[in-house]
Design a protein around this ligand. Structure first.
Ligand SMILES: CC(C)(COP(=O)(O)OP(=O)(O)OC[C@H]1O[C@@H](n2cnc3c(N)ncnc32)[C@H](O)[C@@H]1OP(=O)(O)O)[C@@H](O)C(=O)NCCC(=O)NCCS
Length: 156
């Protein structure tokens, strides 16, 4: 498995990030949402490079001692190579270094690949937000990793 190189989101990455986002997220973020993340002092948005190409990204907001994962995607042609796991691990390692003790996220109830990934890292489903996603009124599962120190990094 190739190792990814991570960089903080810059404005010149947004075009490529949006290409991946449009094909990965049924409710894609707007251009402005990405621009906001470039300078968000309470968050970290990482782009993941394999060689010279951005193959995925993920982001986290820091809220007191909680790391909120806000987005994650790997380009469709690059999936199932361990990249998603590497991205989440990179986000959570940085969160731990910044003093976060736990992590949380919402995921579509139908999104088995993402749910499996998060469960394999130690997240558990703790609740449901009914009709959370506006595009199709799908429920969100709320997942938590209560102890970032217990993160199971898997094979990355
Ligand atoms: C979710 C996503 C980021 C996973 O990325 P990936 O690079 O393919 O994931 P990895 O190769 O690192 O896989 C890690 C684990 O995720 C799970 N997983 C990944 N794809 C899976 C699939 N199609 N079916 C079931 N489990 C899957 C497995 O547990 C896998 O571990 P394993 O390979 O040891 O079995 C990717 O499918 C994606 O971008 N989806 C669209 C966007 C999205 O749903 N983002 C999450 C929003 S909450």
């Amino acid at each position: 498995m190739a190792s990814l190189k991570f960089a903080s989101l810059e404005e010149n990455h947004i075009e490529r990030v949006r290409e991946i986002e449009t094909l990965s997220n049924p409710s894609p973020w707007t251009y402005e949402s990405f621009v906001h993340e470039v300078k968000n002092p309470n968050g970290l948005f990482l782009v993941a490079n394999a060689g010279d190409t951005i193959v995925g990204y993920g982001a986290v907001w820091f809220v007191i001692d909680e790391a909120h994962i806000t987005t994650l995607a790997v380009a469709e042609s690059e999936r199932k190579q361990g990249y998603g796991r590497q991205i989440v691990n990179a986000l959570l390692e940085e969160a731990q270094e910044r003093g976060m003790t736990c992590a949380t996220l919402e995921v579509r109830a139908s999104n088995s690949p993402a749910i499996h990934l998060y469960e394999s890292l130690g997240f558990t489903v703790v609740g449901t937000r009914k009709k959370y996603y506006p595009n199709n009124k799908e429920d969100a599962l709320v997942m938590w990793l209560y102890n970032l120190g217990s993160l199971d990094r898997g094979q990355s």
